[in-house]
Design a protein around this ligand. Structure first.
Ligand SMILES: Cc1ncc(COP(=O)(O)O)c(C=O)c1O
Length: 458
């Protein structure tokens, strides 16, 4: 251990095993102990503050310690914290289900509650499979997923993921998923512009469906942004094509809106931009504004009805989690949905998204190390490349993004990267001044990094 640790850091490292981390890294870079949060800021044990530009893993919408949400949570905690959700129910869950079915793409009328994103994916995969088993399509035992997909890290979710970093070691345990090349607008094999293209890359899914549709249960996708793969963005037309293909080949479409739901892309749900209704829509993260773990799977009456029968037919969907439909989490979700209704949140995202684009384009458009600045809604991403013309990537072993992340933290900015991609996914309540700080500090840090590195870059 080369660092002088505070008492809390030392105690943490004695017993805590952190997610998505090589724990040996913590020898040089111990965990930052956060004591409080307010708005877009996190405050550490020394009082130093960090602008949370990644919304603490994409969950926070309305700022840390939001007074309205905290109040609702506190009141609920003194009334009912949790109840078994089989044979019992409660008003927060009922109202959340009513509101979500009213807001979701038309036709999604049933809501199944789980308690985190990966669990919602497991639910959708299992429901789709069981639906087909119970409607005579017993050959349907495989899922179709895209390259570079990310749907979580439980075994089923990993099976439909396509990011090697998370999957590789577990390959022997994973389901036999059919894989189709996904959209890649930055390095488009058809040399199309996303703003005008007709999604010719949907043919890769079509080819796989043509060959395998009789054994495929569902196609699973992240609408508009393949987030964990590096905020890879693609136009709504691609989604539209996939909806048509799924209907044509009688396979379900699972829309994983866990990262992009609740306004991130500028509309409440990303699917709206393509005017489609998926067969399943998975939601989590922003559902509780970053307060508590909760997830839901929305689906159609048609699918629900295939499970609805006398008990003895054994058609019920028996999936459950101890914290399914947790009362506190549902009460918070309800407050978040009310905020969308009452506070013109989508207009605010539109306005702030526009401002973020102006600032970021001015900062990064011509920067030599930036292959592309891309943005949808209030998600912006900077793809760092060795060479702008060839779009050659930095080797992942160089950990370019990770080094820049560390430098930015010293300046009070939290922009945890995805490989060579730095991104902005701030809470919606970020102010103009805070946005300028986020972008200026990122630019300054990238420049500092490359200057110190003395790299030749084109
Ligand atoms: C698109 C998508 N699906 C699923 C998940 C998994 O959610 P959780 O981390 O809550 O299990 C994530 C998490 O980042 C995600 O981005």
């Amino acid at each position: 251990m080369n660092q002088v640790l505070t008492d809390l850091q030392a105690r943490d490292l004695r017993h805590v095993w952190h997610p998505c981390s090589q724990m040996k890294d913590y020898e040089m870079f111990p965990p930052i102990v956060i004591k409080k949060g307010q708005g877009v800021w996190l405050y550490d044990e020394h009082g130093k503050r960090y602008l949370d530009a990644v919304s603490s893993w994409w969950v926070n919408l309305f700022g840390h310690a939001n007074p309205r949400i905290s109040q609702a949570l506190s009141e609920q905690a003194f009334t009912l914290e949790h109840t078994i959700f089989a044979n019992f129910t409660h008003e927060p869950a009922i109202t959340v289900a009513e509101k979500l079915t009213a807001l979701a793409p038309q036709g999604l009328q049933k809501v199944f509650f789980a308690d985190n994103g990966s669990s919602a994916i497991e639910v959708a995969l299992k429901m789709s499979f069981q639906f087909h088993m119970q409607t005579g399509k017993t050959a349907k035992k495989r899922f179709l997923a895209l390259t570079d997909a990310y749907h979580g890290e439980t075994i089923g979710a990993l099976s439909v993921g396509g990011v090697d970093l998370y999957n590789e070691v577990y390959q022997p345990l994973l389901l036999d998923t059919v894989r189709a090349k996904g959209p890649d607008c930055f390095r488009c094999p058809f040399h199309e512009e996303p703003s005008s293209c007709d999604a010719p890359c949907s043919q890769f899914v079509e080819e796989q469906l043509k060959e395998h549709h009789e054994e495929i249960t569902a196609v699973i996708i992240e609408p508009l942004i393949q987030a964990a793969a590096g905020m890879k963005m693609y136009p709504p037309i691609y989604l539209k094509r996939l909806r048509t293909l799924c209907s044509q080949y009688a396979v379900h479409l699972i829309a994983d809106e866990i990262a992009v739901g609740f306004g991130r892309t500028g509309t409440l749900f990303a699917c709206e931009q393509a005017g489609i209704t998926p067969d399943f829509m998975c939601l989590s993260k922003g559902l509780t504004g970053g307060y508590l773990p909760l997830s839901v799977v929305l689906t159609t009456d048609q699918i629900y009805n295939a499970f609805y029968d006398d008990y003895g037919t054994m058609k019920a969907f028996l999936h459950s989690h101890s914290y399914s439909g947790n009362t506190l989490a549902c009460r918070v979700a309800l407050e978040v949905l009310k905020m969308f209704e009452e506070e013109q949140v989508l207009d605010m995202i539109q306005h702030k998204g526009q401002r973020m684009r102006e600032l970021a384009m001015a900062a990064f458009h011509d920067a030599p190390y930036v292959g592309e600045y891309r943005q949808v809604g209030l998600v912006g991403a900077i793809e760092l490349v060795v060479n702008r013309k060839t779009k050659e990537s930095f080797a992942s072993e160089e950990r370019i993004g990770y080094q820049i992340y560390q430098l930015a933290l010293a300046k009070g900015l939290l922009i945890r990267p995805l490989g060579n991609i730095l991104y902005f996914m701030p809470p919606y309540i970020i102010s103009e001044e805070e946005m300028s700080f986020m972008i200026d500090t990122t630019k300054e840090t990238i420049e500092q990094f490359f200057q110190e590195r003395g790299a030749e870059i084109g």
